[in-house]
Design a protein around this ligand. Structure first.
Ligand code: B12
Ligand code: SF4
Length: 504
């Protein structure tokens, strides 16, 4: 019975930015006895439900943002007699929902790497259990992705995970609660092997799909030392040494490779780490700045970040060491005031960021913020299209509110409009051109402009734009720019036998 793996999306662009890793990992976990998995990423094109035959197995992976489309696919697939299995972070948090709304026969909670073969066997034998508690898999059991199943010429970046989990506890983030606070670092050989496979397939841009690439800070080490906690100190040192080992190995890969990761701004405390990143060709990193005021940081439990001039210096340190920053900011925090938007735009400008995103506070399930919000509303949550806003992902996209938590001094529309204005300002052509100086040649400056515009357009439909004309225009633009953009990322594939050696 064929195994289909589907990554749901309401929008298809024909070209994707980053490979959705779970599709290729689950394909890797599919035993050969179940045949070659058939992969559909709906960000490229819609899944053809009509092609399903009774008894086919359909695996659907959902996060909160694409859960609704996932449920549509599951229901249609079940209607055609397929066996439907859900997984992913949202199904992990709401397994009952996948059953009641998504036509699930079974739901896998947690990491699919190890349990997937068993689930497939049960599906084939007709002995599926409604829920599989797969939990957190240890790093040495992470399954490698099957990049041989990549569709040709569709993605700009490959994605390889080097660490799962994050020791922090930010209030808006579910990672530390679902993936755990203990970093699970993957062995260096396994990571390098996958990267080289991608390079042989013509990918020179690879996103390190990590929660936090800097899981051990100097403060952590100092604290363990102060406490005389020898065992913990040993563990932390080993984790840190392994990071350096990985970066050393990456530094010896073909020099045209470019890596991007996610990291806390604490890494700026450690020039040796930043220099190792630069040598490893980790040329960019998403840094969660979130807020530029002390009150804002307190709102999100992120006291380890800096504010004001210290923040500007911290962010500039990355750039000074050759690591370009995509700064991520949140608007709509209780302590935000109208002046916060201007202050944020100013800091984003002065901090030497290459890119920035300005997201509006969204209570994602599994987070501390969500729990508090749901509790406050109790049974009194407002309803849209009959759905309580505490289940906002079930509201059709076009009708979803833009702001969920009532703000003490600003209306939802004011927050939305001010957020949009900051995006527009940061991504004005003049400012993009100015920022493009961070690249060496005219050609790369033009590429920088194109990519900045693509990034801006793809975001116009992620919650800030209200009028559908603007959303449609943005989507048309994104489709148009995506193809030429992709060409900027491809490289000549390396010969199949090439090892982890440098190329000229
Ligand atoms: C890399 C990444 C991105 C990248 C790349 C996305 C891509 N194309 O792959 C970028 C930067 C683009 C991105 C964007 C966003 N992301 Co993101 N991202 C991640 C990150 C760090 C890693 C994802 C990954 O590749 N993991 C590796 C794979 C192998 O693991 P996995 O996906 O969890 O899959 C495993 C299991 O879940 C399970 N599984 C998954 N699917 C299925 C299906 C079946 C059938 C089965 C059996 C099992 C199964 O098995 C897999 C193997 O163990 C996660 C954090 C995390 N720890 O998950 C956040 C995360 C998924 N992102 C998140 C968010 C919120 C976003 C954004 C909305 C951010 C924003 N405000 O714009 C956007 C939305 C993008 C979109 N429209 O899809 C949240 C989702 C929260 C939620 N409740 O849904 C997460 C969890 C981070 C967080 N802070 O909480 N993201
Ligand atoms: S540092 Fe990043 S990954 Fe870690 S808990 Fe905070 S937001 Fe989540």
């Amino acid at each position: 019975m064929p195994v289909h793996l589907v990554n749901p999306s309401h929008l298809s662009f024909g070209v994707g930015v980053i490979t959705p890793r779970w599709l290729f990992v689950l394909a890797g976990a599919t035993p050969p006895s179940h045949g070659r998995p058939l992969i559909t990423d709906e960000t490229l094109e819609p899944f053809d439900v009509e092609s399903l035959q009774p008894g086919d197995i359909v695996g659907v992976g959902i996060h909160t943002g694409n859960a609704l489309r996932g449920y549509e696919i599951g229901t249609l697939a079940r209607g055609r007699g397929a066996v439907v299995i859900f997984g992913g972070i949202h199904a992990t948090l709401y397994p009952d929902e996948a059953h009641s709304l998504g036509g699930a026969h079974a739901v896998v909670k947690g990491d699919g790497d190890v349990v997937w073969p068993l689930v497939l066997d049960h599906a084939a034998q007709g002995t599926l259990q409604p829920v599989y508690e797969a939990g957190r898999v240890e790093a040495d059991r992470f399954v490698a992705a099957r990049w041989d199943l990549l569709p040709q010429g569709r993605y700009m970046w490959g994605s390889v995970q080097t660490v799962r989990g994050c020791p922090k506890h930010c209030s808006f983030c579910s990672v530390w609660r679902t993936d755990g606070q203990k970093p699970r670092q993957r062995g260096v050989d396994a990571v390098v092997e996958e990267i080289m496979e991608l390079r042989r397939r013509g990918f020179r841009f690879v996103a390190l799909a990590d929660d936090n690439f800097y899981p051990v800070t100097l403060t952590d080490l100092a604290m363990a030392e102060r406490q005389g906690n020898v065992a913990r100190l040993g563990q932390l040192r080993a984790l840190r040494a392994e990071r350096f080992e990985l970066m050393e190995r990456l530094a010896h890969l073909p020099p045209d490779m470019v890596f991007f990761t996610q990291i806390t701004m604490e890494a700026a405390e450690d020039p040796t780490f930043l220099d190792a990143m630069r040598r490893a060709n980790i040329k960019g990193a998403l840094v969660g700045v979130e807020a530029v005021t002390p009150e804002g940081l307190k709102d999100v439990y992120k006291g380890f970040n800096d504010v004001g001039e210290a923040l500007v210096t911290r962010l500039r340190t990355f750039r000074d060491h050759g690591v370009h920053v995509l700064g991520s900011f949140i608007f709509g925090l209780p302590s935000d005031r109208p002046s916060t938007f201007e202050a944020t735009a100013d800091i984003a400008d002065r901090a030497g960021l290459a890119f920035a995103q300005f997201v509006m506070l969204t209570p994602y399930p599994g987070t501390v913020d969500f729990d508090a919000w749901e509790k406050t509303l109790g049974g009194d949550a407002a309803r849209i299209a009959g759905i309580p806003i505490t289940r906002h992902w079930l509201i059709p996209q076009a009708h979803r509110p833009k702001v969920y938590t009532p703000h003490p001094v600003m209306s939802p529309d004011e927050i939305r409009a001010r957020t949009q204005a900051v995006w527009d300002k940061f991504y004005s052509l003049g400012r993009i051109w100015e920022r493009s100086r961070c690249t060496p040649t005219l050609r790369s400056r033009l590429a920088f402009v194109l990519i900045s515009k693509l990034y801006r357009q793809m975001y116009a439909n992620t919650g800030i734009a209200t009028d559908s004309a603007r959303v449609n225009r943005a989507n048309r633009w994104a489709r148009l720019i995506a193809k030429p953009c992709r060409r900027l990322f491809v490289a000549r594939p390396l010969p199949a036998e090439s090892q982890t050696i440098s190329i000229a």
